[in-house]
Every structure is written in C-alpha cells, then in structure tokens.
Write a protein that binds this ligand. Sequence first.
Ligand code: CMP
Length: 128
Amino acid sequence: MMIKPDAVERGLIGKILNDISEAGFEIISLKLTHLSIDEAKSFYSVHKDRPFFNDLTQYMSRSPIVAAVLKKENAVSEFRNLIGDTDPVNAKEGTIRAKYAISKGENSVHGSDSNENAEIESIFHFPN
Ligand code: CMP
C-alpha cells in the first residue's frame, strides 16, 4: 500500500497507519520515500494510455509518500474494503478514502488490486 502525497502533505501518516493497525493488518515493511517522475511512471505503467496518466504521475512524484507491505488473511480484498471506492464521493462512510481523500485523483491511499500485483508492487518498493 501507499499513503499518497496529498495525505502525507496534510500530516495524516499517523492517522492512516493507526486505522490500518486497528483494522487488524500487520505492517511487514514500511518506509517514507519520494518517487521520481520515472518511478511513478513505472509504478503506474498499467495506466500509461489513460487520460489521467500525466496528472497521476506528476501528483505521485510531487512530494513524499509512505510505502508499506501489510499482512492479513485475504489482505488484498480486506484492504480494499478498508480504503473504499477510488472516488471518495462513492466511498462508504468510515473508509479511509471517505475520511481523508480529496478527489478521485488525490485519494490519499493506494491498495494493490490482486495478489499478483501486490507481489510486484512489494518488490518495487522493497527489492531486498
Ligand atoms: P490507485 O488505487 O492508486 O490506482 C490508480 C490511480 O489512478 C487511482 O488510485 C486514482 O488515484 C487514479 N485515477 C483513477 N481514475 C482516475 C480518474 N478518472 N481521474 C484521475 N485519477 C484517476
């Protein structure tokens, strides 16, 4: 998972990590980092042909993020339930995006969408 620039900029790292812990996730790896534009393009390469790709990669590289690897039974789907819909307007009450996200683009957190991508994204942030 990542805590994205809009949330780090607003001092929400502690609140979001607390929500994650309270929901029963174990934090396996954790770091504060600042993606370069090329790293953001690489991370989101699956979206390279989408109209929002330029805005997404500019935003993800504009200031620091937190990257973490989480552990829980059915972690991918459980985490998606915790964070809520991509667009905060559609996110259920009490979810992280309903509480903190600004917009569909600046939506405070990223969660992997499959076990396969969780492994790829974990290796991206924690190669060793
Ligand atoms: P995320 O879960 O990190 O995965 C891809 C990201 O692209 C998504 O969250 C949003 O931040 C962003 N995104 C998806 N759709 C749009 C959109 N229509 N406009 C802007 N950003 C989008």
